[in-house]
Design a protein around this ligand. Sequence first.
Ligand code: G
Ligand code: G
Ligand code: MN
Ligand code: NA
Length: 254
Amino acid sequence: LDLELALRRAIENEELLLYYQPKVNLHTGAIAGAEALLRWQRPGYGLVHPADFVAVMEDTGLIVQVGDWIIDAACRQIGAWLRGSVGPVRVAVNVASRQFSEGDLEQVVRGALARHNVPAELLELELTETALMSNTERTIDVLTRLKALGIKVAIDDFGTGYSSLAYLQRFPIDKLKIDIAFVRDITTNPNDAAIATAIISMAHSLKMRVIAEGVETRAQLEYLRRGRCDEIQGYFFSRPVAPRDMGVLVESGR
Ligand code: G
Ligand code: G
Ligand code: MN
Ligand code: NA
C-alpha cells in the first residue's frame, strides 16, 4: 500500500506533528486544557488531517508505534509550556483501540512523563468505549495502573457505542466526552437535548466530569452550561491550532 509506505517514511522523516484544541471550563470561563490532534505535514500535500490516514494506521498496526510517538510528543509539549511563559496546560491524547489492546500503555506513559519531567496530572488519555469493551479484566488492570501514575482518563465519543454508564462505572474513569452527534442539534432536537442532559446528570452522580465536543455556537454553549456541563470544546471557542497559537490562547486567557 502506497499510503502505508508513505506513513512509515513520515515517521522516519518526522513529518508528523500535533495540533491543539482548547477546552473551556464552563464554570470559570478559563481554558481547562487542550486535546492533542495529529497532523501530517506531507511534502507536496500540505497539512493532512487524520481522517485521511488514521484508519490505515489502525489497519496496519502502525498506530501503536505512532501512538507511542504521540504520547511522547504531547509530554514534550507539556514540559515546554510548563517551563516557559505559558505554564501548566493539561493535554488530552487520543488512544486508538489497538494501541490500548496491543501496546504497553503504562510503560509508554511512565517513560514519557519521566523523560520530559512532567507531572502526571497534566496528562489525560481519551479512550473510546470500543477500546475498553474487548477484555474487561485486562481493561480494569491497565486503567488501574495508569490511574496509579496520576494521569486522568476520559471516554471519548460517549453515547455512540453500546456501553451503558452502569457498565462503565466499573472502570476508574474521570471524565465523559459527549459525542458531537448529541451536541449538533441540542438546541432544536428535544431527544438529543434529553440524552445530553441525562448523560451529564448520570455522570455527575458517578463523580465523573463531563465535556461536550463540537460546540460551534453560543446557543449550544449556553444550553450546556444550564445543563451543568463542566467543559466544552469546539469551533465556537477555537479550531485546533499550532502549539505556538495554543500557548498564546492560554497566556491571553489569564
Ligand atoms: O483532528 P481531526 O480534527 O481531523 O481528527 C479526526 C479524527 O482523527 C478524530 O476521530 C480523532 O479522534 C482522530 N485523531 C486525531 N488525532 C489522533 C491521535 O493522535 N490519535 C488517534 N488515535 N486518533 C486521532
Ligand atoms: O474523535 P475525536 O473526538 O477525538 O475527534 C475530534 C474531532 O472533532 C477532530 O476531528 C476535530 O477537528 C473535530 N472538531 C473539533 N471541534 C469541532 C467542532 O466544533 N465542530 C466539528 N464539526 N468538528 C469539530
Ligand atoms: Mn478525542
Ligand atoms: Na470525539
